[in-house]
Design a protein around this ligand. Structure first.
Ligand code: FE2
Length: 198
């Protein structure tokens, strides 16, 4: 039977400071993400879903309103697995060329993509996520509410930014645009994003 576990981060909890503080990562990784995993394991225990992969649980539960609790926790587990990988200490730097070519081809320029991605994050009302996803071979920017991601819209998310207040309130209070700007400019691990193109 499938038991989901909290992954170790690829960096120390203080490595993203001051862009994202140790206090934020302690709470976000150690408490919020852990809670989604604990809830998910409790939901699927002794059910058919305990034999499914995480992606199968997400797709299956997204189609059934009675399974909203499973969906929320499974999807949030998946979203956070991606989110931790999307960041690294001293992120951004030069965008790797294969990814840059795809972004320029689908958005016009890196600057246009950045504007779209940040705008999606700013305009998501309440909790949610902003995404860069592959939709039928094309890169697209999207936003989703709460636990939802673009997997349930038949896309492949390759970059996600957590817009829940638990991700930025300790460090930025209500200043979500500043959090998004800093996330984009100083935290994104573009090599990881590029590796998701395949
Ligand atoms: Fe989160």
């Amino acid at each position: 039977m499938m038991i989901f576990e909290l992954p170790k981060l690829d960096y120390t909890k203080s490595a993203l400071a001051p862009i994202m503080s140790e206090e934020t990562l302690d709470l976000h990784h150690g408490k919020h993400h852990q809670t989604y995993i604990t809830n998910l394991n409790n939901f699927i225990k002794d059910t058919d879903m305990s034999k499914m992969t995480l992606e199968e649980i997400i797709i299956n539960s997204s189609k059934d309103k009675a399974k909203i609790g499973v969906f929320n926790n499974a999807s949030q587990h998946w979203n956070h697995l991606l989110f931790w990988k999307c960041m690294k200490p001293n992120g951004r730097g030069a965008m790797p060329s294969k990814l840059e070519k795809r972004i320029v081809s689908d958005f016009g320029s890196v600057e246009d993509f950045k504007k779209k991605f940040i705008q999606a994050g700013i305009t998501q009302f309440g909790s949610g996520w902003s995404w860069l996803s592959i939709d039928n071979g094309k890169l697209v920017v999207d936003k989703t509410p709460n636990a939802e991601n673009t997997l349930v819209h038949n896309m492949k998310p390759i970059l996600g930014c957590d817009l829940w207040e638990h991700s930025y309130y300790v460090d930025y209070k209500n200043r979500r645009p500043e959090y998004l700007e800093n996330f984009f400019e100083k935290l994104i691990n573009w090599e990881f994003v590029e590796s998701n193109l395949d």
